[in-house]
Design a binder for this molecule. Structure first.
Ligand SMILES: N[C@@H](CCC(=O)N[C@@H](CS)C(=O)NCC(=O)O)C(=O)O
Length: 200
């Protein structure tokens, strides 16, 4: 097995789905956390000058979704065939588009004008994907895929930042059921018990 080192800030953020994917796969990874004060000194050492970065036997892989797809594929969590993997990829990409809109809202306080419409539109897409699933996992797979990890971890962050978090799933019962099913996944329990406390 390769030596894995994941570098990110001392936050959950974009690294959390990656850490969770490793935990579910049962693969050890060094969880290197850089303090903000150190970042400017080392930024240039990373391919796109952004984190997270995964090192695989010293070889850098950048971009959150590229990293998570790689771990899922390596460990049998990308579905049984390429078409299923592509469906999981599409859900991850759609979630990433949505969370980018959310970040703009969070920075510029565009809650009503930008966030709420983006949330309503996207949650309908995700609810519809689950309505087509016979297993309760987003890509209709027997066990979860990276799409389930990316969306559930992303929603956990959203819950910590949305001022109306208690209403996050109102009107979206399948998404709520998925969220609970994900956080009850047996392979995630030890990680959840041991991970450092963090707001997001
Ligand atoms: N699309 C990239 C975005 C990476 C990104 O924006 N990372 C932020 C932290 S969440 C970062 O490294 N910020 C520090 C900087 O830009 O100097 C990904 O998903 O990995």
């Amino acid at each position: 097995m390769p030596q894995y080192k994941l570098t990110y800030f001392d936050l959950r953020g974009r690294a959390e789905p990656i850490r969770m994917m490793f935990a579910i796969a049962g693969v050890p990874v060094e969880d290197k956390r850089i303090q903000m004060e150190e970042w400017m000194d080392v930024k240039k050492d990373y391919q796109f000058e952004k984190l997270p970065v995964l090192e695989v036997d010293g070889v850098q892989v950048s971009q959150t979704l590229a990293i998570i797809r790689y771990i899922a594929r390596e460990n049998g969590f990308a579905g049984p065939d390429n078409l299923t993997a592509a469906k999981a990829d599409a859900l991850c990409d759609q979630y990433a588009d949505f969370i980018t809109a959310f970040m703009q809202w969070h920075i510029k306080a565009l809650y009503e004008s930008d966030y709420l419409p983006a949330k309503a539109k996207n949650f309908h897409y995700f609810e519809a994907a689950l309505a087509k699933s016979s297993t309760g996992w987003y890509a209709d797979t027997a066990d979860l895929t990276h799409a389930d990890v990316v969306i559930a971890a992303g929603l956990e962050m959203l819950k910590s930042l949305d001022k109306n978090a208690d209403k996050l799933f109102d009107g979206f019962p399948l998404m709520e059921a998925h969220y609970k099913k994900y956080f009850a996944h047996p392979k995630l329990q030890k990680y959840l018990e041991e991970r450092p406390d963090a707001k997001y």
